[in-house]
Write a protein that binds this ligand. Structure first.
Ligand SMILES: Nc1ncnc2c1ncn2[C@@H]1O[C@H](COP(=O)(O)OP(=O)(O)OP(=O)(O)O)[C@@H](O)[C@H]1O
Length: 297
């Protein structure tokens, strides 16, 4: 079964189109990344999924439940960790989690709450008031809050923005174990190396459109898998190879390198143009390079 289905989802704010005919599925058990520059529509899409915002067109389901017609079941199936810190400053951490449990009609889930607190390094703060916590600790509580009802689908909207390395590692270890236990994870992040190490499928949004959705391996091979930094003793980059040029840097020319045969062709063309090679550095492109290539295309 698909954990999430976006079926021709659009969202307009007046004349502005924030989401334009989005269609994709997230399969059960996926560790899925939703990437895109600021304003791409990631938060809008997540708000629709959470039932916090209504799509202008299209249908969205979570674990088979329609987010508008089966609102309650759909809401129960998903745990959202929001970008902003939203909490009642007068509650303690434990009370916050108990209150959230009550919202889902859950009682006697103290053992699970203890488990979450432990895994997020919050045990010693259980009885502290929310207002007395540091920003990073508050963010941990946001994560805990999204998990109280053991939702099959967990959505994290930039959960590691501005948090320290320790929390990032604690958080990812815990989220990974939840994924291994069968939870579907959707993550938006600006830290591309995080998406690269954690996720198995990646969707890219740009200006409200779905630009690509692939397995990580496919997306990695879509852009130039390798780049080469070529330095010449003198002269300009030849026009015949202009289409390969990504940018000039460090007194050299950085180019896309599809494979080794391409390199042979490049060297031959340089020779024919009377240019002499001074140095060549070949590097494996990472997700960030590919992202930049795709977003600027
Ligand atoms: N309530 C609203 N009214 C008008 N425009 C809105 C509203 N909410 C979002 N938008 C616009 O929709 C677009 C998508 O915003 P959204 O917050 O979904 O982007 P995002 O991909 O989450 O960006 P970021 O990475 O900065 O969080 C933006 O141009 C934003 O200004």
């Amino acid at each position: 079964m698909s954990a999430i289905i976006f079926d021709h989802v659009s969202k307009h704010f007046g004349d502005f189109t924030a989401l334009n005919d989005i269609c994709f599925r997230v399969e059960e058990g996926d560790f899925f990344a939703l990437l895109g520059p600021n304003g791409a529509g990631k938060t809008t899409l997540i708000s629709i999924l959470a039932g916090l915002s209504k799509a202008s067109q299209g249908r969205t389901t979570v674990m088979g439940y329609d987010v508008s017609s089966d609102y309650r079941q759909a809401r129960r199936a998903v745990g959202i960790v929001p970008q902003e810190l939203v909490f009642d400053p007068f509650f303690t951490v434990r009370e916050t989690l108990q209150f959230q449990s009550g919202y889902f009609g859950l009682k006697n889930n103290g053992a699970w709450i203890d488990d979450i607190l432990e895994n997020l390094g919050l045990t010693s703060k259980a009885d502290a008031n929310m207002r007395a916590l540091s920003g990073g600790m508050k963010r941990r509580v946001m994560v805990a809050q999204a998990l109280v009802h053991k939702p099959p689908v967990i959505v994290l909207d930039e959960p590691t923005a501005g948090v320290d390395v320790e929390l990032r590692q604690t958080l990812w270890a815990f989220i990974r174990s939840l994924n291994q236990a069968g939870h579907t994870i959707v993550l938006t992040t600006h830290y591309l190396e995080e998406a690269q190490t954690l996720c198995n499928r990646i969707a890219m949004l740009k200006q409200g459109r779905l630009l690509a959705l692939e397995n990580k391996e496919q997306i990695m091979s879509r852009g130039a898998a390798r780049t080469a930094l070529i330095k010449l003793t003198a002269g300009q980059w030849p026009a015949a190879l202009q289409s390969l040029l990504l940018r000039e840097r460090d007194n050299g020319f950085e180019i896309k390198l599809a494979d080794c045969n391409a390199l042979e062709h490049i060297l031959m063309t340089l020779r024919q143009a009377g240019l002499t090679l001074k140095d060549i550095e070949i590097a494996q492109a990472d997700l960030e390079d590919i992202f930049v290539q795709m977003m600027s295309a």
